[in-house]
Design a protein around this ligand. Structure first.
Ligand code: CA
Ligand code: CA
Length: 391
C-alpha cells in the first residue's frame, strides 16, 4: 500500500483539475452554517481538545492513517480527513484530524472525492483526540467553502476567528478573584510552541508594518531584517519580557516559549536588560533610545511601556501554578532574584494606562491567537481588566 506521507504530486494536481469541473456542477454544501457559535481555526481547535462542541474551518490536506501519517494521494478510505490553516501545510502537528462518519462519506471522503484535497471545509463536531492526535469527531455538520481554488495566501481567513466577545464570554461582568479565575481558565487553553518555533512565530507576530522583510525590536525600536536572528553582534534574539530566571522556567516548552511575552531584541540590549525588574530611572541604554537602566531595574521606552506591562499581567494570569509551572505574580519589589515574581507592579499599572494598546500590539495579539497559540492577552483586548484585578 502506498503510505507516502505529505508530499506534492503533479499527477495528483492534474487529476484534481479534471475532477473539479464535476464537483462544481454538483455543489456539496450539505447544511447551512451550523450553530451561532464562532468558527475556530485549526490552531484554535488543536488548542481546545477538551470535548467541547465546535465549528472549525480549514483546508483539506489529505487522509490521516496514523498519528503522524497523512496520505496526500492513493487514498484508502472515506473515513477521515486532515485539515490545516494553510493549504500547503506539511507538518502533521499543525493538522486537525476530522472523523468522517457514514452520513458524510459520499460527500467528504477522499477515496470517493480525491479532488477535495486543497478545498476549504467547515465541520462541526466534538474536539477530542483521534488517531492519538488532535481531532474533531462525530460531525453534525460539514460544508465546503472558499471556492474551488485554494487561496494562495498563507494567512487564515479573518472571518474564521472567534470574536473577542465570544472568547471572553465566561469572564464578562466579573471582577476581582472571579475575573482572574475565569480569565485563567480561558487563556490556559493554548497550543504550546517549541523554543525553535518561537523564531518563526516572532518573524510573523513582530513584523514591521512598513516592511514585511523586517521585525521591530521591542526596546530599541529598530526595524531589522528577519533573517538576522542569532547570537552575534547586532543580531536579534528572543527576549523574555518576564525574565526566565524569575521562576527559573528556562526555555522548555511552557512559559519560556510563550510568545505572548517573547519579543525580538538586539543581543546587547537584551543583555543590558538581563533579568532586572522593571522600574524608572538609571542611565541611558546603548542602542535603545529612551530606555534606562541602573543596578536593579530597567525602564523601557515610552512607546512600549504599556506593552511590557500587559505582557507581565498576561503571564500572571496565564500561570497560576496548576500545570507544572510556577505561579507567576507581579509585586512591588526590584529585588526578586529567582522568585517567580516581577516588579514593580505599581509602575507597570501606571505604564499600562499611559500607553494603551495600539494597532501593532493588537495585530500581534490577533496573530498569536489565529496562527500560533490559539489564546489571547486579555489586557490588550480589555485594558480595564487590569484595575478590575489589581485595583
Ligand atoms: Ca505601546
Ligand atoms: Ca499567577
Amino acid at each position: 500500500m502506498n503510505m507516502r506521507s505529505v508530499t506534492r504530486s503533479r499527477p495528483g494536481r492534474l487529476i484534481a483539475a479534471v475532477v473539479l469541473t464535476v464537483t462544481v456542477a454538483t455543489p456539496l454544501v450539505v447544511t447551512n452554517a451550523a450553530s451561532a457559535a464562532a468558527t475556530l481555526t485549526v490552531t484554535q481547535a488543536l488548542a481546545a481538545q477538551d470535548g467541547r462542541t465546535a465549528t472549525v474551518t480549514g483546508w483539506i490536506i489529505g487522509q490521516p492513517t496514523a498519528t503522524n501519517t497523512v496520505l496526500t494521494s492513493g487514498y484508502t478510505a472515506d473515513t477521515a480527513i486532515a485539515i490545516a490553516d494553510q493549504a500547503g501545510e506539511t507538518s502533521t502537528a499543525r493538522m486537525l484530524y476530522v472523523q468522517v462518519t457514514a452520513a458524510w462519506r459520499s460527500g467528504f471522503g477522499l477515496l470517493s472525492n480525491p479532488s477535495l484535497r486543497g478545498r476549504q471545509v467547515t465541520a462541526t463536531g466534538t474536539l477530542t483526540a483521534y488517531f492519538s492526535h488532535g481531532g474533531l469527531k462525530d460531525p453534525t455538520a460539514m460544508s465546503l467553502g472558499g471556492g474551488t481554488t485554494p487561496s494562495p495566501s498563507p494567512s487564515p481567513t479573518p472571518s474564521g476567528t472567534t470574536s473577542p466577545s465570544a472568547y471572553y464570554a465566561a469572564a464578562t461582568g466579573k471582577t476581582g478573584p472571579a475575573l482572574r479565575s475565569a480569565l485563567h481558565t480561558i487563556i490556559k487553553v493554548q497550543t504550546k510552541l517549541s523554543y525553535d518555533q518561537v523564531w518563526e512565530a516572532l518573524k510573523d507576530t513582530d513584523q514591521d508594518p512598513a516592511n514585511p522583510a523586517n521585525v521591530v525590536l521591542l526596546y530599541s525600536g529598530r526595524s531589522q531584517s528577519k533573517t538576522t536572528n542569532g547570537g552575534g553582534v547586532d543580531d536579534w534574539n528572543r527576549e523574555h519580557v518576564w525574565a526566565k530566571s524569575h521562576g527559573d522556567f528556562g526555555t522548555a516548552t511552557g512559559p519560556g516559549t510563550d510568545v505572548h511575552h517573547l519579543r525580538p531584541e538586539d543581543v546587547s540590549v537584551n543583555s543590558a536588560r538581563g533579568n532586572k525588574d522593571f522600574d524608572t530611572g538609571g542611565s541611558a541604554v546603548a542602542q535603545a533610545p529612551g530606555c534606562y537602566t541602573d543596578a536593579d531595574s530597567f525602564e523601557p521606552r515610552d512607546a512600549v511601556k504599556g506593552d511590557v506591562a500587559r505582557m507581565i499581567l498576561y503571564m500572571a494570569i496565564r500561570y497560576e501554578g496548576d500545570d507544572g509551572w510556577p505561579d507567576l505574580e507581579p509585586n512591588d519589589s526590584v529585588a526578586n532574584g529567582g522568585a517567580p515574581r516581577l516588579g514593580r507592579l505599581t509602575k507597570l499599572l501606571a505604564w499600562h494606562e499611559q500607553d494603551p494598546p495600539d494597532a501593532f500590539e493588537q495585530r500581534r495579539n490577533q496573530r498569536i491567537y489565529e496562527r500560533w497559540q490559539g489564546n489571547r492577552n486579555p489586557f490588550v483586548d480589555h485594558p480595564e481588566w487590569a484595575r478590575a484585578i489589581w485595583g
